[in-house]
Design a protein around this ligand. Sequence first.
Ligand code: URA
Length: 219
Amino acid sequence: MDRLSDYYQALNIELWQQKQMGNVSELPTNDWAALKQCVASCTACDLYQTRTQTVFGVGNEQAHLMIVGEAPGFNEDKQGEPFVGRAGQLLNEMLKAIHSTREQVYIANILKCRPPNNRDPLANEVQQCLNYLNQQIQHIKPTLLLAVGRIAAHNLLNTKSSLESLRQKIHYYGNEQTPLIVTYHPAYLLRNPIDKKKAYIDLLFAQRTLHNLLAAKSA
Ligand code: URA
């Protein structure tokens, strides 16, 4: 029996679906600690062989705004926290621009493990790992999702449209139809600072949309 199955058994977790040994299975969404443990011991794709550690997510479990990036990079793999490198510093600044902080929002990635040399995630890696992100979204129930970058936007919206064409619109994600806005990835903005102005416009759009959604909820 593999380590993941041992873990499921020890916690008496009922498997809803287990495609094959080592694959990601759906967990009860209310058990955050169990979900964290499952991610930490995941062997569902080959990335477990090269990771230092998994990167689950960080921030406020009651957050109204949830940010979804691509995958851990070198620093995130070492520290076990998303967006802690240069791109993370810029993300912190982007949040500051809308009077928010990383402690107020929740930050997670499409992938929980670093792809070697920061290559783009493979389709099977995304397929396995998206299950975890979905569990996180179902637990946090954010009012608004902010997908940063092409990889997050394409995988969450199941599209290959240009990032430019996805900006400045409210999309909807998953069974819960959670409102979702797209903007540039901070690592892209470090390479293309000319687009920081557009990212700022997107952040203001996200801030305004969140405000409106919260007002509509409490009305
Ligand atoms: N880029 C991402 O998309 N996520 C991280 O956690 C770090 C860099």
